[in-house]
Design a protein around this ligand. Structure first.
Ligand SMILES: [Zn+2]
Length: 485
């Protein structure tokens, strides 16, 4: 699309947009238009009808483009963006060895830049909403809110309420939680939420109280649940129950809870999720990169469990995440049972948009192209070789869609990105600043990695093998090897 269209999209006034097609919950429709006004879709309907109803507006035709909902990332850690590759090849529970040390090395500026960098990557990947599970950096959570707001992305913003450690003041934790939930009342982009890192990180009383506060504020409590074998086994030893069973036992499950990962679910735990209305973030790329298992998402959908799809900060690309969601189900469940449909495409598109919004507490607010909803949407170029010969566009978007095909990203009715770059701030300058700050932060952080870099691993693999001998240095656990190399 040309500059003229860009300028009209930026104009700030009401927009009567006429793309080639619109992706509605029930499927793709043609000859449809949308009216965007004051941050929302004021009307969605047949083009003729909308043009007749609004003769004062000049329709803006968007040839070759599909208008679809922006993606909702249901699990992210915005302040971890300085080191995605630090976790590559690592065994599970890397939060202890990589993420907590890295976030601990951030100051206010680096936390802000890290969060804004993550937001930019997410916007470039077509996400209009990200769900932040709470920073562990020693900065005010509002730093993350400012970064998201300045980048122009919608953010469900978690505040960590862990209080099980030595010297933790549970009352102070809950008072902070109350203030956080009340702090963003009229903010168009920031939606406060509470977070507990893992069930054992908070006392039972606080898990309970956080649930009550969140329910009253119509917010969600985010928690990593049943992600790694080690955590499941610790819970069994401590409570005689698996983590999800324990949460049920103390009354902490319910529609307010957004349980991240749930990769290791017993059949009984699937029933607990379904019966209590607890929501889940299915994180397929995180499973592949650092997990012990893949959540049984196709089964969860069938059983009526509420869930969205999350990146967990692995990479901010909505189309690739949606593809991974299907792909992981196919490899782990579909192939073994001969289920060649495996969600029929639409399941993963819907979970990445409307159902994801529901899971993170924004159902009825975003995730759908419909009158009254926030105008969070993408203009996707469907005239490319990958999508032009279309026979089944929703499924093609899952398998063949690509970040490069996103011409424009709108959040809250405002054009935020045009062909991958922010329209009202300098994205390239931010990336340069992030690169400089990341080097300092990683050098300061007491990170322990068990795996060498790709190049070092290749060199080790190429060395002649002997029957016995010392372990090559690259295979021995190393403190902060990332900076040593
Ligand atoms: Zn996480």
């Amino acid at each position: 699309m040309n500059q003229l269209i860009k300028e009209r999209l930026r104009s700030g006034g009401p927009l009567l947009l006429v793309p080639d097609a619109v992706l509605l919950p029930e499927g793709v429709v043609e000859l449809y238009a949308v009216l965007v006004r004051a941050g929302r879709f004021a009307a969605v309907g047949p083009t003729e009808e909308l043009e007749r109803a609004h003769p004062q507006l000049t329709a803006l035709r968007l040839p070759g483009h599909l208008l679809m909902p922006g993606f909702v990332d249901s699990h992210h850690h915005l302040t971890q963006s300085f080191g995605a590759a630090l976790a590559f090849g690592e065994p599970s529970e890397i939060f202890r060895r990589v993420w907590v040390p890295l976030e601990g090395a951030l100051d206010e500026e680096s936390a802000y830049v890290a969060a804004k960098l993550a937001a930019l990557e997410s916007l470039r990947g077509g996400f209009t909403t990200v769900t932040d599970a709470g920073t562990r950096a020693d900065v005010d959570t509002d730093v993350v809110a400012c970064a998201a707001r300045d980048a122009g992305i919608r953010c469900v913003l978690g505040l960590i309420c862990d209080d099980a450690g030595d010297g933790a003041d549970s009352r102070a934790v809950l008072e902070r939680a109350e203030r956080h939930l009340a702090a963003y009342g009229d903010d168009p982009l920031i939606h406060p939420s509470l977070a507990v890192s893992i069930p054992e990180a908070a006392t039972d009383a606080t898990l309970h109280a956080a649930g009550r506060l969140a329910t009253e504020a119509r917010a969600v409590v985010q928690m990593h649940v049943n992600e790694h074998l080690a955590a499941v086994e610790r819970s069994l030893l401590r409570h005689g129950l698996r983590p999800l069973e324990h949460l049920h036992d103390i009354g902490a499950l319910g529609p307010h809870l957004l349980a991240a990962h749930t990769t290791l679910l017993s059949p009984r735990e699937v029933s607990l999720l379904a019966d209590t209305g607890t929501a889940v973030s299915y994180n397929p790329v995180a499973s592949a990169w650092k997990g012990n298992a893949v959540a049984p998402a196709t089964t969860l959908a069938e059983r009526g469990v509420r869930f969205g799809i999350g990146s967990d900060g692995t990479r901010g690309d909505g189309f690739r995440l949606t593809d991974a969601a299907e792909f992981a189900q196919r490899l782990t469940y579909g192939l073994a049972t001969g289920d060649s449909s495996c969600g029929a495409g639409w399941t993963w598109l819907e979970r990445a948009t409307a159902k994801g919004a529901d899971a993170v507490g924004l159902g009825g607010h975003t995730g759908v192209i419909g009158a009254g909803m926030a105008a969070d949407f993408l203009l996707v170029d469907v005239s490319t070789p990958e999508l032009a010969l279309s026979w089944d566009l929703p499924w093609e978007l899952v398998r063949r869609g690509n970040r490069d095909q996103i011409s424009a990203v709108f959040v809250g009715g405002r054009l935020r990105l045009w062909h991958g770059q922010p329209v009202d701030w300098d994205g390239l300058a931010l990336v340069r600043r992030a690169a400089a700050l990341a080097r300092t932060a990683v050098a300061r952080a007491p990170i322990t990695r068990a795996h060498p870099t790709s190049t070092a691993a290749r060199a080790a693999a190429a060395r002649p093998r002997t029957a016995a001998g010392p372990v090559p240095a690259q295979h021995a656990p190393a403190r902060n090897r990332s900076t040593a190399q």
